[in-house]
Design a protein around this ligand. Structure first.
Ligand code: NAG
Ligand code: NAG
Length: 354
């Protein structure tokens, strides 16, 4: 009897040990087979605001909307996403942002070790220097390819989205001159006037799969994270334009830079002195377009999505100017110019140029 019980007891023990071993092995295998869970960033909700006194700011916004709407008093907005586009006087604008950031001691989301966020790959918040989920950042303004969901996980909920556009024909011309050498398919374009030769037969030279080819077709649309090679009648073009219109509170225009700054001052509740600017990178002679009306038309046809986007946002822009008041706008622009002449040279240069 005792011997049989002993044997039974031993086999139960063996079973238990084996079972434990197997379970451990399974757990170990499971852990090893799902490594992604350890590397993806946890989802921490972003704060409502990253202003220094968010509670006060919030109460003001919610309890006295009528006062704010009438423009009597408001709290300056400090949480800003500036979508920098190519060749659009953006270093001049960045200087304004850096000066404002210094004045209010704001925290900028800078890229790690580079000047841009790994352009042309789309933005990921892990590219932000010293980023940890749940951190508070006020401003992002370095070059990036827009990626709305990732930006939304980085910046607070009350962030103002701002960008600036340039006439697509001039943008194309400028981009061709600055980035053309980086686009291999342009190397085989014959002659000295490569730009006009390209515009004569763009479909012959353009290679949508070619390295860096986005620089030479609908670059604006591309920068917003969208597909720059779509056909104009593709429904995704219309959707993309609507997406940009809905996402960005203010779209400024290079061609109307001063009016843009007044609209910005109004939208963000800033002071006139905050938007005084230095013309950085101003190359008067070389920025004048050399395109004839014929080639301008060809450039717009080639960049048809950007042209559609620009025309749409141009309408929005002038509607905003009308709402602001044409007369009031003219007066404010004159005031901006007056202060610029008076104070411009005494202002120090903020965080410098990117
Ligand atoms: C909000 O603003 C309006 C208009 O200026 C003013 O009449 C009202 O008293 C304000 N309300 C509060 C709660 O401050
Ligand atoms: C922009 O809009 C204004 C006002 O509607 C118009 O006069 C102007 O021609 C437009 N410009 C372009 C490039 O569409």
């Amino acid at each position: 009897m005792a011997v049989r019980q002993g044997r039974q007891w031993r086999s139960v023990c063996k079973g238990l040990v084996l079972g434990t071993l197997l379970t451990s092995c399974m757990i170990l295998l499971y852990c090893l087979s799902t490594p992604q869970t350890h590397f993806s960033l946890p989802e921490v909700p972003v704060p409502y605001s990253c202003a220094h006194r968010p509670s006060q700011l919030r109460s003001k916004q919610t309890t006295n909307r009528s006062q704010q709407a009438s423009g009597q008093t408001c709290t300056p907005k400090v949480d800003i996403m500036f979508m920098k586009t190519h060749k659009t006087a953006s270093s001049t604008f960045l200087n304004i942002l850096f000066r404002f950031g210094e004045k209010h001691r704001l925290k900028f989301a800078f890229p790690d070790s580079r000047n841009d966020f790994f352009y042309p790959s789309v933005f990921q918040r892990s590219q932000v220097k010293d980023y940890r989920p749940g951190m508070c950042f006020n401003i992002i303004c370095n070059h990036l390819r827009f990626n709305a969901p990732e930006v939304a996980k980085l910046l607070p909920m009350d962030t103002s989205y701002i960008t600036i556009l340039r006439d697509p024909a001039e943008l194309f011309e400028s981009s061709f001159h600055y980035f053309g050498k980086l686009v291999p398919f342009t190397w085989k374009i014959p002659g000295d006037e490569k730009l006009t030769e390209f515009l004569r037969e763009p479909h012959h030279y353009f290679d949508p799969e070619g390295f860096n080819s986005f620089y030479l077709k609908n670059l604006l649309f591309f920068d917003f994270g969208l597909d720059n090679t779509l056909k104009l009648d593709d429904p995704r073009v219309e959707q993309g334009i609507r997406f940009i219109t809905d996402r960005f509170q203010l779209v400024m225009l290079v061609e109307h830079f001063e009016e843009s700054l007044i609209l910005l001052k109004d939208a963000l509740c800033w002071e006139m002195d905050d938007v005084l600017f230095f013309k950085l990178n101003a190359r008067k002679g070389s920025t004048v377009s050399k395109l004839t009306p014929e080639f301008r038309a060809k450039a717009l046809e080639w960049n048809a999505i950007d042209w559609k986007l620009y025309q749409h946002l141009n309408q929005t822009f002038w509607k905003k100017v009308d709402a602001y008041g044409r007369q009031r706008m003219a007066e404010d622009v004159a005031e901006l110019r007056r202060r610029e002449r008076r104070d411009g040279i005494h202002l120090h240069r903020g965080g410098g140029e990117l």
